[in-house]
Design a protein around this ligand. Structure first.
Ligand code: SF4
Length: 687
């Protein structure tokens, strides 16, 4: 029989960049992966190049399994769904639906919407999408309460790029040339980072900020911009509220004071502020690190005020307003629930606003392990996780594992036996994105109203189901069919496309270019105002005051990170180094792909330590060291480098028993519940 070969344009979905890819498929096998010539993605990173290795990895589990007496046994999908359905019904009857916590991570198939709807119909308020308070959401909450949207960076025509805790070299490797292009065209480049990345080496000013003090640094910039009259007076007058109060707060943060807090020299703070405020248009690419501290909400808010102060909102080369989401994104919730969600009382703003952009609410799972262990304010008896890896990615993973081991029932759906899945009672295998009709949606992160649809290029192995199929089948088995009228994922996709005035067939025919369902508008505020209660940018936000709790400040405050050399000098005697975790690596996406041999051999679990500190603690480059914190300890390889400031060490996240053995789950940002991934204390010694 002759073989059938086709060459198609698809994407890589191994990280959120979604690079275009040319795929050669022969007899239902992916045989070749290449960049699309002439596309904006000029290369593929090591993960993308290893797509075949990932797709056909022997680590991927091909059938559902059940753990009995600590041994995994193969079961059928029928048995798996029936067990899950029975467990969920039993728990609901005995403890109420709120005793089930559901976490879902898949955004590119709409399966997270189905999961939201499932949680709502079942009756639990304890649903958390994607990374919850652990990734990308904290700064969006701060933006939401300031602008009514997240101001996405608009790179192409900017003259001044600020990389604030962002390193495109690792986080956006295939499009880093777009970032480089800006300063190569004699634009300005400003970098805020305790590490000297390759971008930082090219910067006009590299502010080597002490981790966790970004809020003070932003206030220092605001101080200079206001005191030197470098702000956009017309925009401030017409389109902001609370400027006078901001002036009062910022005047205390003069550069010499900010130098003492942040370790950035006062003259560099002035130079940074002047370049940023006088080079138009300017844009800031805020990395996830801006939001990984126990003071993150107000710190991110201070940094987010800068585009408004300098007239860089809704302008080409500045920041843009994201486009709308289609109606279906807002219709997951079919009923109001009486029970309070985990973390709702502690973080009321988070609950109320974090998913308001899709008319939703999220529980705050930063509190979940504690609630599981103490059963206060009520017991959590089951954890249902589709994607995600709490046992490596949440803070204080020893405690997370203890909590997960305590629940009566746990189900994990994933590709392979993750650290979290090892604790589950039922494991469900997952089809890859190439084995389903999936979409790539830029509106979620990136603010572009583009959606592209890709065909099911490969038939999945019989027993690996897509996440959508799982939710649809489980919903039907539990009698929720009327709320899940879609026969399958294709029917669901068709419904989404219909709401955007097109059809799946039409969008499929457009390939990777996709379909722009709403035009980009600059200066939208001039005719419509801002989507805030005042219709303006809110430097002073009544919503923080009214929707929050005692102590919430509607303006700005700066507080030391909960565990720092300043706030905890007692602890710093034993743990003198600042631990910052979670910088990106182009080899891994969170905890994924470490089982891919060609990638795994490129990097060991490691810790970056400054040359002076290494000398002080007797650490040799390449040696195994023990890193400890009040939560636990782990062994890794030392990377001695001049590219990190003295007193600070850095570890990427994602290894089993890796950096999150060390991080703290108890001191959380008061507004958002975000933990201090980027700023806690540790010590290091030779193993
Ligand atoms: S950056 Fe790498 S992993 Fe991410 S989509 Fe592109 S090729 Fe895939």
């Amino acid at each position: 029989m002759s073989s059938v070969e086709k060459i198609v344009q698809g994407i890589c979905n191994l990280c959120i960049i979604n690079c275009g890819m040319q795929l050669t498929i022969r007899d239902n096998q992916l045989v070749k992966v290449e960049p699309i010539s002439g596309s904006i993605y000029r290369t593929l990173c090591p993960r993308g190049l290893a797509l075949r290795e990932w797709l056909y990895s022997k680590e991927h589990i091909p059938y559902p399994m059940k753990r009995v007496n600590n041994e995994w046994r193969r079961i059928t999908w029928g048995e798996a769904l029936s067990t899950i359905s029975t467990k969920l019904e039993d728990i609901k009857e005995k403890f109420g639906a709120r005793a089930v916590a559901i976490a879902a991570a898949d955004m590119n198939s709409g399966a997270d919407w189905l999961a939201r709807r499932f949680a709502n119909v079942y009756g639990t308020p304890n649903f958390s999408a994607s990374g919850g308070p652990f990734c990308e959401i904290g700064k969006r909450l701060a933006a939401w309460l300031t602008y009514g949207y997240y101001p996405e960076a608009h790179l192409p025509s900017t003259h001044c790029l600020v990389l604030w805790g962002a390193n495109p070299e690792d986080s956006s490797p295939t499009v880093k040339y777009a970032y480089e292009g800006i300063y190569k065209k004699q634009g300005k480049l400003l970098v805020v980072d305790p590490r000297t990345t390759d971008f930082a080496k090219q910067a006009n000013v590299h502010a080597k900020v002490r981790p966790g003090t970004d809020g003070a640094f932003a206030l220092g910039l605001i101080n200079v911009i206001i005191s030197e009259g470098l702000y956009d007076k017309e925009f401030i007058k017409k389109w902001t509220v609370g400027f006078d109060r901001l002036v009062e707060v910022a005047k205390d943060y003069f550069p010499e004071k900010v130098e003492k807090i942040t370790w950035v020299p006062a003259h560099e703070i002035r130079e940074f502020a002047r370049i940023y405020a006088t080079t138009r248009p300017a844009t800031i690419r805020y990395g996830v690190s801006v939001e990984h501290s126990t003071n993150q909400f107000q710190s991110a808010r201070a940094a987010l005020f800068l585009p408004a102060l300098t007239g860089n909102l809704e302008v080409e080369g500045g920041h843009v307003r994201p486009g709308p989401l289609p109606k279906i994104a807002h219709t997951w919730q079919v009923r109001d629930l009486a029970d309070k969600a985990v973390g709702q009382d502690e973080f009321p703003l988070y609950y109320k606003y974090v998913y308001e952009w899709i008319s939703g609410h999220d529980a705050n799972f930063a509190r979940l392990p504690e609630v599981m262990l103490t059963e206060k304010p009520y017991p959590i008896k089951a954890f249902v996780a589709v994607g995600g890896n709490a046992a490596t990615q949440w803070p204080n993973t020893n405690k997370v594992k203890e909590a997960l081991a305590k629940v009566d029932f746990m189900m994990v759906k994933d590709f392979y036996m993750t650290e979290t899945a090892k604790l589950a009672h039922i494991f469900l295998p997952t089809a890859s994105y190439l084995e389903q009709q999936y979409f790539s949606w830029s509106a979620y992160y990136g603010g572009v109203t583009r959606i592209a649809l890709f065909d099911k290029y490969l038939e999945p192995p019989e027993e690996r189901w897509t996440d959508s199929r799982f939710w649809l089948e489980l919903a039907k088995m539990m009698g929720y069919g009327e709320y899940f009228p879609w026969q399958d994922q294709e029917a669901f996709n068709e419904d989404i496309m219909k709401q955007m005035g097109t059809t799946a067939k039409e969008v499929l025919s457009l390939g990777a270019k996709g379909f722009y369902y709403a035009p980009r508008k600059f200066g939208q505020y001039k005719s419509e105002g801002f989507p805030t209660p005042s219709g303006k940018v809110e430097f002073y936000a009544e919503r923080i005051l009214k929707g929050g709790k005692e102590g919430y400040d509607p303006l700005l405050t700066y507080e030391e990170p909960a565990e720092s050399v300043v706030s905890r000098p007692d602890l710093a005697k034993e743990y003198p180094l600042i631990l910052t975790t979670g910088g990106r690596s182009m080899l891994y996406t969170h905890s994924r792909y470490r089982y891919i041999e060609s990638i795994r051999k490129l990097r060991d679990p490691d810790i970056e330590i400054n040359t002076e500190d290494a000398k002080k603690y007797g650490i040799k480059n390449g040696a195994t060291v023990v890193v400890s914190s009040p939560r636990g300890s782990t062994k890794v390889k030392a990377v001695v480098t001049g590219n990190i400031i003295p007193g600070v060490v850095h570890m990427i996240s994602g290894w089993p028993d890796g950096c999150n053995v060390l991080t703290d789950d108890t001191a959380l940002d008061a507004y958002s519940g975000v933990p201090g991934f980027r700023s806690s204390l540790c010590k290091i010694s030779a193993a």
